[in-house]
Design a protein around this ligand. Structure first.
Ligand SMILES: CC(C)(COP(=O)(O)OP(=O)(O)OC[C@H]1O[C@@H](n2cnc3c(N)ncnc32)[C@H](O)[C@@H]1OP(=O)(O)O)[C@@H](O)C(=O)NCCC(=O)NCCS
Length: 174
């Protein structure tokens, strides 16, 4: 797939998330957090969104639904990612968070966000991608498998929740 800004019915635009845009639109990011609590995950606070991680601001993207006046633009999805810490994993990127607003699911937004992230990872010299999903999160597990991710481990988090650890060797999307 080649990333583009086209879609039927919605005026979507995909943008890199910078620190300054995160600061300006933090409320819109926070507004999507109830989706995480519904899934049983802890929601993020301001500090989590603003935390500086290696390469984070080069690997994170958002999808906006553009309005006529741009004041009422809304964020319908985002992916926050970073370089996986540790020398052994120096060529690895990691998805910290991906989310698509309930009303816009199944329209290719999540796939497009992953494509942008994977392309940016490759451009930064990161050849593999890892991420985790709760074993009970059926939507996420179907989504990741569909996009070529393989389960390589099952991990018990500090929050006592069990997640699959996924990995994918990255290739350019065409
Ligand atoms: C997981 C999530 C990001 C997927 O986003 P999305 O925009 O609905 O996914 P897309 O429309 O881009 O789907 C991409 C592919 O996955 C498949 N897919 C996605 N969700 C699916 C589901 N629930 N059931 C079956 N297939 C699914 C699509 O059919 C599509 O396949 P295709 O490429 O053959 O057309 C979204 O469901 C979400 O935000 N969930 C809540 C947050 C979450 O769980 N995040 C991940 C936590 S680790």
């Amino acid at each position: 797939m080649s990333p583009s800004n086209e879609s039927a019915g919605i005026d979507k635009s995909y943008e890199l998330i910078t620190r300054s845009c995160m600061l300006k639109t933090l409320d819109l990011f926070l507004a999507l957090e109830s989706i995480w609590t519904d899934l049983g995950e802890k929601k993020w606070a301001e500090d989590n969104f603003l935390l500086d991680l290696p390469l984070k601001w080069n690997l994170s993207f958002m999808c906006k639904n553009r309005s006529d006046d741009s004041i009422n633009d809304s964020i319908i999805g985002y992916i926050i990612a970073s370089q996986k810490p540790g020398t052994q994993n120096g060529d690895m990127s990691n998805v910290n968070k991906i989310i698509v607003d309930n009303a816009y699911r199944g329209k290719g937004v999540g796939k497009h966000l992953i494509a942008l992230y994977e392309q940016a990872s490759l451009e930064q010299g990161l050849k593999k991608s890892q991420l985790k999903a709760l074993v009970d999160n059926k939507d996420a597990n179907t989504f990741y498998k569909r996009l070529g991710y393989d389960i390589i481990d099952t991990v018990n988090g500090t929050d006592d929740l069990i997640r699959y650890l996924y990995e994918k060797r990255l290739r350019l999307w065409i």
